[in-house]
Design a binder for this molecule. Structure first.
Ligand SMILES: Cc1cc2nc3c(=O)[nH]c(=O)nc-3n(C[C@H](O)[C@H](O)[C@H](O)COP(=O)(O)OP(=O)(O)OC[C@H]3O[C@@H](n4cnc5c(N)ncnc54)[C@H](O)[C@@H]3O)c2cc1C
Length: 301
């Protein structure tokens, strides 16, 4: 396979100019593997050390970055003593399922990209070309909209109802927003790197008055009011007020107009807080935070 004549023939069939300079040639061996456990004592596995994926979905490194994103804030919170070490059990609980889905996706895509016969290859290519005439399908394939989005079944969050359409356990959508000084930024920039409570209620006073005590108080979540439409919500000293910019706020976010979303430092939604009657939601959140100080390996919602 690596003989110069074979490489040249393969490159030629893909339109490479004759005599092109080769910088590297290698035969890759693909694996679909997941380590039995990703965490023991003070040692954590992340990225390819925890899981290997065939490259057909182009998601191996993406999964590793998601691991680091999930683990980094938890390690920081535990090392700094803000949350207990049982929080770290949620790393594998939250990441493993999505990694399995991505590896399955890569295996399926491999069957399409490396068909067993010329006839199957021709059939698949033709079907994809025909489907791509329809703009919806072109975007669906071109932007890989079939890729499963991360959704936590277990982990560090409070889900009151088993409702998969809820944002709890999912990444917060991030529209562009306008700050009070007129600058337009992505919502991630407003959320910052700590915990945050974000409300879509036009009246930010409920958010401003929300009492944070105990562990929640010590975590000092930022309070953010995001107003749909061009008019800003009423300003409050303890609340950062931002307004919607194009593209419009995702419908999955708009359904929380009556409440507020408690967002983790990795910008996954940890809970929904009822702003009109916050006592029980805040008590549940406080119990979640306290669960991180348990000595067992079961810090979950
Ligand atoms: C052909 C191919 C195409 C790919 N395409 C994509 C793509 O399009 N999109 C995508 O997201 N992913 C893609 N991937 C996967 C991606 O390359 C890997 O998932 C990613 O590089 C893994 O990163 P990592 O940091 O976990 O591991 P690695 O990149 O393997 O990094 C580990 C590092 O640790 C070093 N190391 C090992 N042992 C020791 C030691 N004892 N002491 C110190 N250092 C050590 C190694 O030298 C290495 O530098 C592709 C992979 C292949 C093979």
């Amino acid at each position: 396979m690596l003989k110069p004549s074979t490489v040249e023939r393969l490159l030629h069939s893909h339109g490479a100019a004759p005599g092109s300079q080769l910088t590297r040639k290698v035969v890759y061996t693909f694996h679909a593997r997941i380590a039995q456990r990703w965490h023991q004592g003070r040692v954590f596995l992340a990225g390819d050390a925890a899981h290997l994926s065939p490259p057909f979905a182009g998601q191996g490194m993406n999964s590793g970055v998601r691991d680091a994103h999930n683990l980094a804030w938890k390690l920081a919170a535990v090392v700094e003593g803000r949350l207990g070490s049982a929080l770290l059990d949620s790393y594998e609980q939250e990441r493993r399922g999505h990694v399995e889905q991505m590896i399955q996706l890569a295996l399926h895509m491999g069957k399409i990209m490396a068909p067993a016969s010329r006839a199957t290859g021709w059939l698949m290519q033709t079907a994809l070309r025909v489907l791509s005439i329809w703009p919806f399908m072109r975007d669906y394939f071109g932007q890989m909209k079939y890729k499963p989005k991360p959704y936590f079944e277990r982990g560090f969050f409070v889900r009151e109802r088993p409702d998969r359409s809820q944002l709890v356990g999912r990444l917060l959508p991030q529209p562009h927003v306008r700050r009070i000084d007129g600058t337009i930024v992505l919502l991630d920039e407003v959320l910052g790197i700590g915990f945050a409570l974000i409300s879509l209620d036009r009246d930010a006073s409920l958010l401003a008055r929300l009492p944070f005590a105990g562990i929640l108080g010590s975590l000092g979540p930022r309070r953010i009011a995001l107003a749909p439409g061009p008019a800003p919500p009423q300003a409050h000293a303890s609340v950062e007020v931002v307004t919607e910019q194009a593209p419009a706020i995702a419908p999955s976010l708009l359904r929380y107009r009556a409440g507020a979303l408690f967002v983790r430092p990795d910008h996954y939604v940890a809970a929904i807080v009822d702003l009109a009657k916050p006592a029980s939601s805040l008590a549940r959140l406080e119990r979640l935070m306290a669960s991180s100080w348990r000595t067992t390996s079961d810090a979950e919602s």
